[in-house]
Design a protein around this ligand. Structure first.
Ligand SMILES: Nc1ncnc2c1ncn2[C@@H]1O[C@H](COP(=O)(O)OP(=O)(O)O)[C@@H](O)[C@H]1O
Ligand SMILES: [Mg+2]
Length: 452
C-alpha cells in the first residue's frame, strides 16, 4: 500500500486546476485532475483516489451529481466540495449529501492541507477499526442516550452520519432535551474521539474577555494579561469544541468566530501569528437563531456557517413514547447511585409521568425520578413520591437515607426538595431551610440548581 495520498481535483476551468496544483503539490501527494463529472468518473476507474475535490457548477455533470455517484460506487472516497465563498448554500447542500468538507476559492494552501490531514487521520482510524472488525458506521450503541421514539432513532442515525464528517453541527432544542449529550456523542463517535472535547458556555463569556477566552492571548495583550494563555480553540486542537448557548455569543466575538471558521485559523489576542485550527465545531442553542438574525442580534453570515448540519431535538412532550423508557433508565441509574432497591414504577405513577407535559424536558424527568428514589420507602415508585406533579406533595419532615451520601450531596438534595415543595419560591424555601435567601442562592449556584 502506497503511503502517498491520492487526490483527484475536478474543475471545468483549466486555470483553476493549475492553481490547485500549484497550491498543494508536495511529495506526499499524487494529484490527478478532471474537467467535469463524467471525466472524473472515467479517471476513477484507473486512479484509486483517496480524496476527490470537486467544483459544484460544471457542464455535463455537476459536482452534486458526481458526489452522489461517487458515494454509490466508491463509498470509501472522501469528497470535498469547492465553492466560491458567496455560495455557502451549495456547501451546505453538499455536506447534507455526504461531502466530508468544503473549501473556498480562491484557494488557501493551508486550508487545503488542513483538510487533507484531517481526512488522512480519519482514514487511518477507520482502517484500524476495520482491522479490529469494527465498522463504525454500524455502531448504533448509544449507551448514554436513551430513546425509542422514531424521531430519536432518526437523530441517532443523523449522529452516526455526521460524526464521520468534519461538518460544523448546530444542535437546537429546548433546555433539557439532551443537546449536551448529543454533542458528546458526535465527538466520541468521530475520529477525534481521542482528542479533547471542550465545552464552552458562551453565555458565561463576557464581551471584553470572550475573544481571549476562545482564541487565547499573548503576554501583555491587555491589562491583566500577565502571561501568554491558550484559548479554548487551541486547547481543543485535534478534537471538538462545543459552543453551548451560541446565541449568547457577543457580536464582536461572532465576527472573530466567523473569520476563524472561514480561514480555519485563529489569532491570539495581541498576537500577529495565525495558528491552524484543526478543531471541529459543534454549536447548540435553545434560542431561535433565525429570529435573532432578523433582530440583528446574531450575524446572518455566521448563522449560515454554523448551520451546515442541524439536528433539532424535540421537546419530551413531542416524543411521549420515550417517557417510560427514560423514567426506567433514571430509576435504575439513581438506585445504583443511592444503593437502593426499587425495581419498578407503579402503573399509577407511570400514568402521571406520561400525562405530564414536561416543560423542563428530560432534565426535569431526571430530577423528578431522582427525588422519587430518595423518598421512596417501598419496592416501587408511587404517585406520592413524585414531587410537584403528584396529586399532593407530601410536606413531611425530611427523612433522608444519609448513610450512602456525602454531606454536599445530602445538602443538595435537601435544597432541591425544599424548592420543589415551595414551588420554587426562594424566600419560602430559605425560610423552611432556616437559612438566609442569599445563602440559599449561593448554594444553588454551587450545586448547579436552576431557579425553577
Ligand atoms: N435521551 C436521553 N437519555 C438519557 N439522558 C438524557 C437524555 N436526554 C437528556 N438526558 C439527561 O438530561 C439532562 C439534560 O440534558 P442536557 O444534554 O444537559 O440538555 P440540554 O443541553 O439540551 O439542556 C442531562 O442530565 C442528560 O444526561
Ligand atoms: Mg446544554
Amino acid at each position: 500500500m502506497s503511503s502517498k495520498t491520492k487526490l483527484l481535483f475536478v474543475d471545468d476551468h483549466e486555470m483553476t486546476r493549475r492553481l490547485f496544483l500549484e497550491a498543494v503539490s508536495n511529495d506526499s501527494l499524487i494529484i490527478e485532475t478532471a474537467c467535469e463529472g463524467q471525466d472524473a468518473l472515467t479517471k476513477l476507474r484507473t486512479f484509486p483516489a483517496d480524496i476527490v475535490f470537486t467544483d459544484i457548477k460544471m457542464p455535463v455533470m455537476d459536482g452534486l451529481i458526481l458526489l452522489e455517484k461517487i458515494r454509490i460506487h466508491y463509498p470509501n472516497i472522501f469528497i470535498v466540495v469547492v465553492t466560491s465563498s458567496d455560495r455557502i448554500e451549495d456547501a451546505v447542500q453538499a455536506m447534507k449529501a455526504g461531502a466530508y468538507d468544503y473549501i473556498h476559492k480562491p484557494f488557501d494552501p493551508d486550508v487545503i492541507m488542513t483538510v487533507i490531514e484531517s481526512i488522512t487521520g480519519h482514514k487511518k482510524i477507520l482502517e484500524e477499526n476495520l482491522f479490529n472488525g469494527i465498522d463504525r458506521r454500524k455502531d448504533y450503541r448509544f449507551e448514554n442516550i436513551v430513546g425509542c421514539d422514531p424521531i430519536m432513532l432518526q437523530i441517532f442515525d443523523k449522529i452516526n452520519d455526521v460524526a464521520i464528517t468534519n461538518a460544523t453541527v448546530l444542535l437546537t432544542g429546548e433546555t433539557g432535551t439532551g443537546k449536551d449529550l448529543v454533542a458528546a456523542a458526535i465527538h466520541y463517535k468521530s475520529h477525534r474521539k481521542e482528542g479533547p472535547f471542550i465545552r464552552v458556555n458562551c453565555a458565561a463569556l463576557t464581551e471584553t474577555l470572550s475573544n481571549s477566552e476562545l482564541f487565547g492571548h499573548e503576554k501583555g495583550a491587555f491589562t491583566g494579561a500577565i502571561s501568554q494563555k491558550k484559548g479554548y480553540f487551541e486547547i481543543a486542537d485535534g478534537g471538538t469544541i462545543f459552543l453551548d448557548e451560541i446565541g449568547d455569543l457577543p457580536i464582536p466575538t461572532q465576527v472573530s468566530l466567523l473569520h476563524s471558521i472561514e480561514s480555519r485559523t485563529f489569532q491570539r489576542v495581541g498576537g500577529t501569528k495565525m495558528f491552524k485550527a484543526n478543531t471541529r465545531i459543534i454549536c447548540a442553542t435553545n434560542k431561535s437563531l433565525p429570529t435573532m438574525v432578523k433582530e440583528n442580534l446574531f450575524r446572518e453570515d455566521l448563522f449560515y456557517r454554523i448551520n451546515v448540519v442541524c439536528i433539532d431535538i424535540p421537546a419530551l412532550c413531542k416524543r411521549k413514547s420515550d417517557i417510560p423508557v427514560l423514567a426506567n433508565y433514571f430509576l435504575k441509574k439513581f438506585c445504583t447511585e443511592t444503593k437502593k432497591n426499587i425495581p419498578r414504577i407503579s402503573d399509577a405513577a407511570m400514568k402521571i409521568l406520561t400525562q405530564y407535559n414536561w416543560p423542563g424536558n428530560v432534565r426535569e424527568l431526571s430530577n423528578i425520578i431522582e427525588n422519587a428514589v430518595i423518598f421512596c420507602k417501598g419496592k416501587e415508585i408511587v404517585p406520592a413520591n413524585l414531587l410537584k406533579i403528584g396529586e399532593k406533595p407530601h410536606k413531611k419532615a425530611f427523612t433522608l437515607n444519609l448513610s450512602s451520601w456525602s454531606l454536599p450531596r445530602a445538602e443538595e438534595m435537601i435544597i432541591r426538595k425544599a424548592l420543589a415543595e415551595t414551588n420554587g419560591n426562594l424566600k419560602q424555601a430559605a425560610s423552611e431551610l432556616n437559612i438566609a435567601r442569599g445563602t440559599l442562592y449561593s448554594k444553588m449556584k454551587r450545586y448547579g440548581i436552576q431557579k425553577p
